[in-house]
Write a protein that binds this ligand. Sequence first.
Ligand code: AKB
Length: 331
Amino acid sequence: AKNLLGKNRSFHATLRKESPRILITGSLGQLGRGLAKILREKYGRDNIIMSDIAKASWDVLESGPYIYADILDFKNLQSIVVNERIDWLVHFSAILSAVGEQNVSQALQVNVEGVHNIFELCRRNNLRLFCPSTIGAFGPETPSNPTPDLTIQRPKTIYGVAKVHMELLGEYYHHKFGLDFRSARFPGVISADTAPGGGTTDYAVHIFHEALRQGKYNCYLRKDTRMPMIYLPDCLRATVELLEAPSENLKMRTYNINAISFTPEELANEVRKFIPRLEMAYEPDERQAIADSWPQVLEDSNARKDWGWQHEYDLNAMTIAMLEALAPTVK
Ligand code: AKB
């Protein structure tokens, strides 16, 4: 009996673990690979499960666990949580602002129905949940410079409407059921290695590719359209810091995150310091109305106070980092 007990003890000891096991949904998008890399360095390669509904490239498959997860299929999600013994979930699956306007019913399915599944999944299985929100959760009636955490939210895109719904539902589940929900309202994310997927802020990524490739960029926004932006490494660090912050430090559950704010013209002038031949043209399309309804600068003193948020990359540092990362890839 002594032996059996001893064996049992050691069995439980092997199950007891220091590191959380984390599932990332929508991980083939702009943020997933980078986040998985950071979390794997901290918590171990096999404790971070990347997931999405598409086939992954070899470099993703070689980097660690990758599985199929359809956020519209609750049973599939539940089986993953059970089989993979998930503790925390980072929910990145979303249809972004510009693409959402082209297909409202798909955006509703992914951004609302999918989010319902994720909240229920996390509640039933007692998971910590990080789900990003966005500057798109604000609208034209919101004070735009600066935009506080608690203010008028009347977004005019389906993406924004769904994100407000997500924020409110997360806070409701937190108060009603004790769900450990955390959300950061991200600015437009600028990244070199992964492309954004159909947002309104994407020009700030495309401009670098076009400046390097052909020295010209035709921007779909007016040159004076100021929007908040963030360089990917800062955005990923914010995600990890909020995900790991002690729960008792979080006075709120949805935080604005600010980093850099600039206009297309200001960005072009910064790029010209390194590529002087860059020619710009401005032909605003339907994304202009979306950009005009969004904040210009986010007020993020609560994030700075509660969990020490600080961005590192300003416009100049981000521009240099983007050009250094992309220049070798341009033929
Ligand atoms: C978009 O432009 O839709 C996104 C966002 C700001 O959330 N990049």
